[in-house]
Design a protein around this ligand. Structure first.
Ligand SMILES: C=CC1=C(C)c2cc3[nH]c(cc4nc(cc5[nH]c(cc1n2)c(C)c5CCC(=O)O)C(CCC(=O)O)=C4C)c(C)c3C=C
Ligand SMILES: [Fe+2]
Ligand SMILES: [Fe+2]
Length: 354
């Protein structure tokens, strides 16, 4: 997507010609393995779980646990989980396919909506872990003449383990640059009316397409250890706010559209209520029809397609539940693209009005 068109800056003889005048928009997401085999999975998990923003416990304790236990035991079974959701056509994970498509569609929206300013904007995408690497795509944008870059972390709710680490990685790359592009970072959008309306519209549409009416709906967000929030991470408050606004937009009480947290890792206590325990408790209490929506994920991924769509479906059915639906994320749907393009347009203001 990076265009070759650059704007050379005038330069006296004997000095380099600089390229500038363009604006880059870099969509950022978490990252994903390159393949599902043991070594690819190990490489991905090693990078991910070596991040101090993700695992905050002392390195003295974590290093042996990671290298001797986690990276020995986890790559195999997790690779098999990824196998069940893998995009076989493109031979990549769904997170990559969707993030690329979001960037391509955003470029088209900018192109079609604003023909005069569009040639000045280059849209690209990168992953915090794995590829395309943030450092490499920043370089591509700079080489394309982008002297101003908007970073767009695709996390509606801020967490140090996601948003901050993506920014850290971008600023780490900037540390090595003599001529740094000017950087803006788009804020978390957990209460943005465009996001809430998109979630509500997508949930309404998905519910209308089901052949059953759920008795309960879970709004399941990725968890973090409770200690991270106690130390000052606003993540839980952001999730609560999204949940409250979604309940209002849907006209549903919070005990009908319930807030839960998924994807626990390790032995520490994570944010509660846990999604899996809630699913089991609801099934055991006689609930027969359940739907789960995952508003914290901008794109479907392992955590939604496999953990919710397969694992939690299994828990529900094994414990007496009968009908289950995993509601798709906003992804690159028209509503999903409304959210991303709305944020990008707003955050570019002052640089360029599109
Ligand atoms: C162990 C600590 C982890 C924290 C803290 C954490 C926070 C966090 N993660 C996401 C979004 C995603 N996580 C994904 C996968 C995933 N997450 C962890 C661990 C933590 N996440 C691991 C080890 C994995 C890999 C799979 C596994 O081994 O279980 C994904 C999916 C990526 C994909 O390829 O599909 C996403 C997305 C958020 C939003 C978040 C904190 C708010
Ligand atoms: Fe995660
Ligand atoms: Fe998971």
């Amino acid at each position: 997507m990076a265009s070759d068109a650059v704007i050379p800056l005038a330069s006296s003889e004997g000095f380099p010609v600089f390229k500038g005048g363009r604006i880059g928009v870099l969509l950022l997401n978490l990252g994903t393995p390159e393949a599902t085999d043991y070594l690819s999975m190990r490489r991905y998990l090693k990078e991910f779980l070596s991040d101090r923003r993700v695992i905050e416990i002392s390195r003295l304790i974590w290093w042996p646990v990671l290298n001797l236990i986690v990276l020995t035991k986890r790559p195999g079974p997790k690779g098999r989980d990824y196998d069940t959701i893998w995009n076989k056509e493109l031979n990549e994970s769904p997170l990559k396919t969707t993030t690329r498509s979001q960037a391509e569609k955003l470029a088209r929206i900018i192109d079609e909506g604003t023909p005069e300013s569009a040639p000045l904007i280059t849209v690209d995408w990168a992953m915090r872990y794995g590829f395309p690497a943030i450092r490499d795509r920043l370089k591509v944008l700079q080489d394309a003449g982008c002297d101003r870059i908007l970073l767009v972390p695709l996390y509606p709710q801020y967490a140090a383990a996601t948003t901050a680490t993506a920014c850290d990685k971008a600023f780490e790359a900037l540390m090595a640059m003599r001529w740094q592009p000017t950087i803006r970072v788009s804020p978390p959008y957990y209460e943005d009316p465009v996001y809430i309306e998109a979630l509500a519209a997508s949930l309404r549409q998905s519910l209308a397409g089901l052949d059953f009416e759920p008795e309960k709906i879970l709004a399941s967000f990725h968890g973090v250890p409770k200690s991270y929030v106690l130390k000052g991470d606003p993540y839980r408050s952001h999730c609560e706010r999204t949940h409250t606004l979604l309940c209002e937009a849907m006209g549903m009480a919070p005990d009908k559209l319930m807030l839960t947290f998924q994807s626990r890792f390790g032995t520490e206590e994570w944010l509660r209520p846990y999604t899996d325990e809630t699913v089991i408790a609801l099934a055991k209490s006689g609930i027969k029809r359940l739907a789960i929506v995952t508003p914290g994920f901008s794109a479907d991924c392992l955590e939604t397609l496999e953990e919710i769509g397969e694992e939690n479906r299994g828990y529900f059915e094994e414990n007496g539940g009968e009908q289950f639906a995993a509601i798709p994320c906003l992804n690159d749907s028209p509503k999903g693209m409304d959210v991303i393009s709305h944020i990008v347009r707003r955050e570019l203001r002052g640089w360029i009005d599109i």
